[in-house]
Write a protein that binds this ligand. Structure first.
Ligand SMILES: Nc1ncnc2c1ncn2[C@@H]1O[C@H](COP(=O)(O)OP(=O)(O)OP(=O)(O)O)[C@@H](O)[C@H]1O
Ligand SMILES: [Mg+2]
Length: 281
């Protein structure tokens, strides 16, 4: 079965990857606990290694991560952990293995994404193991790249610190004791606070659009409320206006899900008006 990059059939890809997985007897690395990530096998070749997980070891050798302290949240796509390095707390996002993840987001957002290395593209098209691994790494690198881009454009996002394999280290959004800031969706805000959070969320969306992008999954589930500031997270599916003919459709969907999710906070907004406002920059 051949996989066309710009016209992926989610189900085909999912079935195909599971067949591959079964036939090759690969070990799945879905959700992992801290002990799985940290505990070192007894015969581990490198005596200086801090972690069982090779991505984390590399990040540790480069000085970006000294310790994993606790889990912040385990989702379908990734798990986020509280970590530490010499500068203080960091957040570590570790992706779930592509083969146990849903392919929904990969497939629907692929269109228009540039894959620079022809060999990687070929491997992905052939659905080979190397291709799937490469694909997964690209996905994580994409998130890192988009975070850096948005940060430069003044969007309130965590600062991207380092990426290796399927693990990403970023600024921890939380307090000095290591408690992460809540998502807006986790709160029941007072009217004034909710309106301020909405205003900032629209402002962030404007800046994202001004920088040539669409978030692609924009709602109070991906916005943290940190000391009175709305901080946007979760970027692997970011879309570029210049590459994606459907960017405006995705933007409209982002505006709608933002407004809907803020209705739960008692904020009433005119979706069409917000869309025009955001589109005008
Ligand atoms: N930099 C950060 N600082 C503090 N907490 C964070 C940070 N990044 C992510 N989190 C927490 O981890 C959760 C999951 O992160 P993210 O949304 O990026 O991953 P996800 O794969 O989309 O997970 P989900 O499916 O739960 O949305 C967030 O909802 C948030 O609570
Ligand atoms: Mg999320």
């Amino acid at each position: 079965m051949k996989i066309a990059l710009n016209n992926l059939d989610e189900e085909d890809l999912e079935v195909q990857s599971f067949i591959k997985f079964k036939s090759k007897k690969h070990k799945l690395t879905g959700k992992q606990s801290i002990s799985q990530l940290v505990s070192r096998a007894e015969n581990y070749a490198d005596p200086d290694a801090k972690f069982e997980n090779p991505d984390l070891n590399e990040l540790s050798r480069m000085g970006f991560l000294d310790e994993l302290i606790s889990g912040i949240k385990t989702g379908k796509e990734a798990s986020v952990f509280l970590g530490k390095n010499s500068t203080g707390f960091v957040a570590v996002k570790i992706y779930t293995d592509l083969r146990v993840r849903s392919f929904k987001r990969d497939a629907s957002y692929r269109e228009g994404r540039f894959i620079g290395d022809a060999r990687i593209q070929k491997a992905i098209e052939q659905g080979s193991q190397a291709g799937l691994n490469a694909h997964q790494i690209l996905w994580v690198q994409e998130e890192f790249k988009q975070m850096q881009h948005l940060y430069q454009y003044g969007v309130q996002v965590p600062k991207a610190i380092a990426v290796n394999g399927i693990s990403l280290v970023m600024e921890f959004i939380g307090d000095e004791y290591g408690n992460p800031s809540p998502r807006i969706s986790d709160l029941k805000m007072e009217k004034d606070e909710a309106e301020e959070a909405f205003r900032q969320s629209v402002q962030n969306l404007k800046l994202i659009v001004r920088s040539g992008k669409v978030h692609g999954d924009y709602s109070t589930f991906n916005i943290l409320w940190h000391n009175g500031k709305a901080v946007v997270i979760d970027f692997p599916q970011v879309i570029e206006f210049k590459n994606n003919p459907n960017a405006n459709v995705f933007l409209e969907r982002d505006v709608n899900s933002l407004c809907k999710s803020f209705m739960k906070q008692g904020v009433k907004a005119d979706e069409a008006k917000i869309f025009r406002e955001v589109r005008a920059g």
